[in-house]
Design a protein around this ligand. Structure first.
Ligand SMILES: NCCCC(=O)O
Length: 813
């Protein structure tokens, strides 16, 4: 075995071999894969091998669709035969909400070049004669779906990579991982040590174990996933056509042909996690768990009703295999916080269909510094320190139970919570707050101030919270509101050279001392990497603020770019400070009596910062907010947060100060056309395409991404950011009661010209709003468009930015 390789991949399942294949395809052949047992011996060999492209995420559809194309290409090679059946799939809808999901996902996918179809009962029957569909509302046809032999796919990746010059060492156990003084990785194995520039952890259900070798906790747990294979069914043996795969998501199972029998795989409510303490037996390879068919009884009955031939034969085999799960069921593909050049590629609960796209993306992370597609929802840094072992187990069980649940735009699932609460949590709870977790922090999302609020279950329609949120927004507009924004991420940077250094990273101008500016950090391709609020506390001292979820992502970006030879100090102070937002026309009246500081507009201007005493408590007050009103963000030492909350509430009682929550904030930020990071902004879009030109200063001699932005200025942009107002629906109360959501196609004269990134209702302007991207010729104020919302074409129009208070009079008052 060589003692050196540019990249060492740990884990020889479908993911690890795909990484090796994709690196080799890009010419990186000095790569070595280490597998403790035989290739595929973890979760790959027993996987059902289904290949869905369906997802509620645009980028996951891209990733999975890429896989289907790659698998067809790999199958073209007669040297490595692969059993790949592109049968198409039928997803069944028992409920109106499920049909809405299908309408939404099919419109989104088809706008990206896929060709899903909505089927009625007859069309379903034509494609699948054995289905009982009389009770169904319809179905979704995915022609790209099917099944593949997972072991053959793995071997195909491996063979191609070997042929290109990459190496694979089976039965080679990694026993330690450490960083050398020269910044490389030393991977210790039972066959000797390997020095590597990069490490990819593709350890499957052992991914957390591998990560722990480098002292990094990775939130993952193993779940049992059972499926059964029937004996041969005469009706299937008699036909020469292979049936499409069926999913009945409302009853939570998949059902597909396997030879002349069927495979039935339920995601059951009695979900079972294994090795909950993270300790996996050393010798668990090519092994399964004991069957427990009792857990599946209900699902088997349901599937037999749906496809009666299933019940006509016995069970030939039951597979109960270990499948890795992250807390949100999505894999980890990307860098590891705090470990340079150490990448994760594991946590796949749908690994066979995702392996192709995952390999492409991990190769891009390593070779290009970032993947072509923005894959934040798969980034390992989306979980920070709050995600401990108990959290993972609780969330993974909940997720497994909801594997086929509809991904509604607003839903706050309870498992694993609360993790982090701000000091005023109990006060908010006592006032009827409903909470949602953001970056592990509990935040009030809305306040149920009236009794008997009704059914709080999620849906595509506006929920029971709608009227309460309207009241919160209107109180902010007319009086003043208070929002506890616990968990805002905050970093301090200071030391000689800080200003010059920051100036090379941000696209815009640095604020002057005492001033605040919203700043965009671009990648080399000019795409928006991070968005942070910069407050210049002194000449060489700044506070940087970003969202709770961005903490590790943004900290790592700053840290990676720190000059090695400078005295600049970067400190994460997120947990030291709480944040309370006071916003509304009466904000000044509330605050002024609490302080000696002159809070007038002349003395405390918009986009400025002062350290002040409020009710005797020291507060760093920033005159900014995300709701577009006169207001301040108050950053206060965590130990004083509750006292400040109480003092504000007391002082505000004369001015109708009321708490508001995240749903109200979301509504108000849409009315101001404020983009949300990783929702409306991502690294596939530059600040110019995102309509953020005012935050870009191309006259600066140098900053990261400048060359790409300059090139963009002189070329035609494919699309740009717009704000849209939707007309009130005319068709039914359901549509009137529904706002656009992420990924809705935008059309002009029946042609798709863009898609939405956010949607919601603006209570201050009494209109449904969407944000999104369209081709530049359709971005003019007044352009009439249609937006496909859950399959209904809603009329709307492009409007100038910030439909609420476009001149920012409230902010400047
Ligand atoms: N890993 C199981 C695949 C599930 C599905 O096909 O929906």
């Amino acid at each position: 075995m060589k003692s050196q390789a540019r990249v060492v991949i740990i884990g020889g399942g479908v993911a690890g071999t795909s990484a090796l294949y994709h690196l080799a395809e890009r010419g990186w052949t000095d790569c070595m894969l280490l597998e403790m047992d035989e290739l595929t011996s973890g979760s790959t060999w027993h996987a059902a091998g289904n290949i869905p492209t369906f997802s509620s995420s645009r980028n996951m559809i891209k990733l999975q669709h890429y896989g289907t194309q790659l698998y067809s290409k790999l199958c073209d090679n007669p040297d490595y035969p692969i059993n790949y059946h592109k049968t198409g799939s039928i997803r069944l809808a028992q409920t109106r909400q499920r049909m809405e999901e299908f309408q939404h996902v099919s419109a989104m996918a088809n706008a990206m070049g896929l060709d899903y179809e909505i089927l009625d009962d007859q069309a379903m029957k034509q494609r699948h004669p054995f289905l009982e569909g009389h009770d169904l509302l319809g179905a979704l046809w995915d022609p790209h779906d099917g099944d593949i032999d997972p072991s053959q796919l793995t071997q195909a990746y491996a063979s191609h990579a070997r042929k290109a010059g990459a190496t694979i060492h089976r039965f080679t156990k990694v026993t330690g991982i450490s960083r050398t003084s020269s910044g490389e990785w030393s991977v210790q194995t039972d066959k000797g040590d390997v020095l590597a520039e990069y490490v990819i952890n593709a350890g499957g259900y052992r991914g957390a174990e591998v990560s722990q070798l480098s002292e990094k906790f990775l939130p993952m747990v193993t779940m049992e996933h059972q499926y059964l294979i029937t004996e041969s069914i005469p009706e299937l043996a008699a036909i020469d056509q292979r049936l499409p795969l069926v999913r009945d998501p409302d009853d939570s199972y998949y059902l597909r042909q396997e030879k002349s029998g069927l495979i039935l795989g339920p995601y059951e409510m009695k979900a079972t996690a294994r090795w909950k303490d993270g300790k996996i037996p050393d010798k668990f390879a090519y092994e399964l768990f004991a069957n427990d068919l009792d857990r599946l009884e209900w699902y088997i009955e349901k599937a037999c009703e749906r496809m009666p031939i299933l019940g006509s034969v016995g069970v030939q085999r039951v597979i109960n295999g270990p499948i890795p799960y992250s807390p949100d069921g999505a894999p980890y593909i990307g860098p590891t916080f705090g470990l340079p050049n150490f990448f994760q590629m594991n946590g796949f609960s749908f690994g066979i269909c995702q392996s192709g796209g995952a390999g492409k993306c991990i190769a891009e992370w390593i070779i290009d510094g970032k993947p072509e597609w923005d894959l934040w929802s798969l980034d390992p840094r989306r979980y920070t320190d709050y995600a401990d072992q108990k959290y993972v187990v609780d969330r993974a069980i909940e997720l497994y139970q909801h594997e086929y649940a509809i991904n509604f735009p607003v839903e706050e699932r309870p498992a694993g919570r609360p993790r982090k609460v701000s000091p005023s949590y109990d006060r908010l709870a006592a006032k009827g707050a409903r909470f949602g977790a953001r970056g592990g922090w509990e935040r009030a999302v809305w306040f149920a101030r009236k009794p008997n609020v009704g059914d709080e279950s999620p849906s595509y329609q506006r929920g029971v919270w709608f009227e309460a949120v309207a009241e919160e927004c209107l109180n902010v507009r007319d009086n003043v509101g208070l929002l506890d924004l616990g968990g805002f991420s905050k970093f301090e940077v200071q030391g000689e050279g800080t200003s010059a250094w920051l100036d090379t990273l941000i696209a815009g101008k640095l604020p002057t001392v005492g001033r605040v500016s919203l700043s965009y950090f671009c990648a080399d391709n000019g795409g928006v990497w991070s968005e942070m609020t910069l407050t210049r506390l002194a000449d060489e001292h700044y506070m940087l603020i970003c969202g709770a979820a961005a903490k590790w992502h943004d900290y790592q970006w700053l840290d990676e770019h720190l000059p090695t030879d400078s005295a600049i100090e970067l400190v994460d102070v997120s947990d030291d400070y709480g944040t309370l937002v006071v916003a509304g026309p009466r904000a000044r009246e509330v605050l002024q009596p609490m302080t000696q500081t002159d809070m007038s507009h002349a003395s405390f201007r918009w986009l400025s910062c002062q350290t002040i005493q409020l009710a005797g408590i020291e507060v760093r007050a920033l005159r900014v907010n995300y709701v577009g009103e006169l207001g301040w963000e108050l950053h206060v030492k965590m130990e004083n947060q509750l006292a400040l909350y109480d003092a504000l509430m007391e002082a505000g009682s004369a001015f109708d100060l009321q708490d508001f929550g995240m749903y109200a904030m979301e509504s108000m930020r849409l009315e101001k056309s404020y983009r949300a990071w990783k929702v409306d902004l991502d690294h596939e879009y530059s600040p110019l395409r995102s309509g953020l030109d005012r935050f870009v200063d191309l006259n600066k001699p140098a900053f990261k991404g400048r060359d790409a932005l300059l090139a963009e200025v002189s070329s035609d942009l494919p699309d740009i950011f717009v704000t849209l107002l939707l007309d009130a629906g005319e068709e039914s109360s359901i549509i009137e009661n529904t706002d656009a959501l992420y990924g809705c196609p935008i059309l002009v004269d029946a042609d798709i010209v863009g898609y939405t990134t956010s949607g919601g209702y603006g209570h201050r302007i009494s209109s449904s709003i969407a944000l999104g991207y369209v081709k530049p010729e359709f971005a003019l104020d007044g352009t009439q468009v249609e937006i496909n919302v859950l399959g209904h074409l809603r009329k709307g129009r492009v409007v100038a930015e910030s439909p609420y208070d476009p001149e920012n009079k409230a902010l400047r008052s």
